[in-house]
Design a protein around this ligand. Structure first.
Ligand code: PLP
Length: 374
């Protein structure tokens, strides 16, 4: 068995048998010739499977230490795929500060079909255990969570779920399999927005579902084909290209994030930092009014205000009005998402330039703060 960095380049990606191409080609075709009715060379119709997607799926599965992978047109399509396992009357226990789009599809879409959700601080094992009911079917974990970067003990939660016959799903988008492999910790399913670190270049949308359970895989693959929210060959190619450098990029992302956190920690104007000591997403609050915080964000020149994360370019967002705008204000406050919270996705630029930019923007709002204090 090859090691992680080798798998990122080789798993599911042999040299092309027909031409010797060393990179998996973009098979830009919607259908494949059949040798006789129902008899084909491995691919029948591109919604069901196509070679570029299969390469991506095999590589993703191998990096998560599992046998089966499914690729989707977006992270939301991947989440939809897993929730399709549920029926009317089923119940889900979920991490409370999770991606706003996941919260939205749970409470505004699947709730319509009679599926019930309880949101808990999943870093509190007693709270997880208490929320479980006889009709609970899934434990949905996002760790580190979004945007507060709280860490959940996947192994302990999976053990609780297994004891009670519940499946554990982990959204591993923030950590990536470089930093955390939930299947080895006892989870049944891993979900990704491959739009983020896995692609890594902010040039394609994608999602993935990974499992080591054969019958669960068969069910999820059936939904993938039946629902059809699948990625085309161009997007699979781009994501597979990004995946090859994931280990290298993650090492530098994390190093840069540590540099940014060290700078923020020493800065008198920073009221609160959320960083779990790994990864490259950092959230913080400035010791300033919400208006001054917004003013600070407008002064950043190198950091780009944008939704999303995990790309080479450093981005930042204001979760209350952006990624978590669909979460009601009272729910946000209850969970601890402050109105002035800023979330950074630390990219791969020279960290000194990233820090200089934060510094000049903080400097610019300092006189106003001093005047208010006076
Ligand atoms: C943790 C997490 N999961 C899922 C998603 C949804 O992914 P996508 O935007 O690719 O649909 C996101 C998007 O930001 C996310 O941050």
């Amino acid at each position: 068995m090859y090691r992680f960095d080798t798998l990122a380049i080789h798993a599911g990606q042999p040299n092309d048998v027909a031409t010797g191409a060393v990179t998996i080609p973009i098979y830009q075709t919607s259908t494949f010739e059949q040798l006789g009715p129902g008899v084909h060379r491995g691919f029948g119709y591109a919604r069901t499977e196509h070679p570029t997607r299969r390469a991506l799926e095999e590589c993703l599965a191998s990096l998560e230490g599992a046998r089966y992978g499914l690729a989707f047109a977006s992270g939301m399509a991947a989440i939809h795929n897993v929730l399709s396992l549920l029926r009317h009357g089923d119940h889900v226990v979920s991490t409370q500060d999770l991606y706003g789009g996941a919260w939205r599809i749970f409470t505004k879409y699947f709730a319509k079909f009679g599926i019930d959700f309880t949101f808990v601080d999943s870093s509190d094992l007693a709270a997880v255990e208490q929320a479980i009911r006889p009709e609970t079917k899934l434990l949905w974990l996002e760790t580190p969570s979004n945007p507060l970067l709280r860490v959940t003990d996947i192994a302990a939660c999976s053990a609780i779920a297994r004891r009670t016959g519940i499946r554990t799903v982990v959204d591993n988008t923030f950590a990536t399999p470089v930093l955390q492999q939930p299947i080895a910790l006892g989870a049944d399913v891993v979900v990704h927005s491959t739009t983020k670190y896995i692609n890594g270049h902010c040039d394609a949308l994608g999602g993935a579902v990974i499992t080591d359970d054969e019958s669960l895989f068969a069910e999820l693959k059936f939904f993938q084909n039946a629902i059809g929210a699948v990625p085309g060959p161009q997007d699979c190619f781009l994501i597979l290209r990004g995946l090859k450098t994931l280990p290298l990029r993650m090492a530098r992302h994390c190093e840069n994030a540590r540099g940014v956190v060290a700078y923020l920690t020493d800065h008198a104007q920073i009221a609160r930092i959320h960083y779990p000591d790994f990864g490259a997403i950092v959230s913080f609050e400035i010791d300033a009014s919400v208006d001054d915080t917004i003013d600070f964000t407008k002064r950043l020149r190198l950091w780009t205000l944008a939704e999303s994360l995990g790309g080479v370019k450093s981005l930042f967002c204001h979760p209350p009005t952006m990624t978590h705008a669909s979460v009601e204000p009272e729910v946000r406050r209850k969970v601890g998402i402050a109105d002035g919270l800023i979330r950074l996705s630390v990219g791969l630029e020279d960290v000194r330039d990233l820090i200089d930019d934060l510094d000049q923007a903080l400097e610019a709002i300092a006189p106003r703060r001093a005047a208010c204090a006076g």
